[in-house]
Design a protein around this ligand. Structure first.
Ligand code: 5GP
Length: 199
């Protein structure tokens, strides 16, 4: 029987460098399917519809909620974010690993519905460094940055519910730690029991 794919849930404070780490991960492992979320937030400069997010109106998002299309969704900083269920289920069935990049409430919902998911939280080397990175990114105004830092302090309380913590001191190091987790997960006895079946 074909192995099901692994569902990997990655969360991290806003500004920690999730996108950079993810683009490195996907560059090195193009076979991983990155789930493109739906959001009602406005696109940032350089973001591409259908690649970074599916950008939709609040009305469309709410219609999708009513139709039960989301595996999970959450409101974050005044905008909706959600993961479409269908693509993920299909990919996992086909044996493809799927990476979700979602915030803590959505991650909690996924861990609840799919306890076999591997959950990873990406942290900065320090909180001061996180603040520095948010200012350096230059995409948000002072008020938004302060809001994001306040959200990060709340999110920090949920980190203990994750299976793994990866430290993003350098991108290479974070990517290496991330791949170590995937390697360990693929070596779990339950995934390798076929080696001894019929012995
Ligand atoms: P940003 O606006 O910086 O792209 O994302 C804000 C937050 O929303 C991040 O913490 C990101 O992980 C989270 N996020 C992105 N997509 C989803 C999703 O589909 N569901 C949930 N629950 N959170 C998401």
């Amino acid at each position: 029987m074909k192995q099901k794919g692994t569902l990997i849930v990655l969360s991290g404070f806003s500004g920690v460098g999730k996108n950079t780490v993810i683009s490195q991960v996907l560059a090195q492992r193009p076979e991983i399917h990155f789930s493109v979320s739906f959001t009602t937030r406005a696109p940032r400069t350089g973001e591409v519809n259908g690649k970074d997010y599916n950008f939709v109106t609040r009305e469309e998002f709410q219609a999708r909620i009513r139709r039960g299309e989301f595996l999970e969704y959450a409101e974050y900083n005044g905008n909706y974010y959600g993961t479409s269920m269908k693509v993920i289920r299909d990919k996992l069935e086909q044996g493809v690993d799927v990476l979700l990049e979602i915030e803590v409430q959505g991650a909690a919902a996924v861990m609840d519905k799919m306890p076999e998911a591997v959950s990873v939280f990406l942290v900065p080397p320090s909180f001061e460094e996180l603040s520095r990175r948010l200012y350096a990114r230059g995409t948000d105004d002072e008020e938004t940055i302060q809001k994001r830092l306040a959200i990060a302090r709340q999110e920090a309380k949920e980190v203990k519910n994750y299976m793994y913590i990866v430290v993003n001191d350098t991108v290479d190091h974070a990517v290496q730690e991330f791949f170590s987790i995937l390697t360990a997960e693929s070596c779990r006895a339950e995934r390798r029991i076929h080696f001894v079946e019929g012995v």
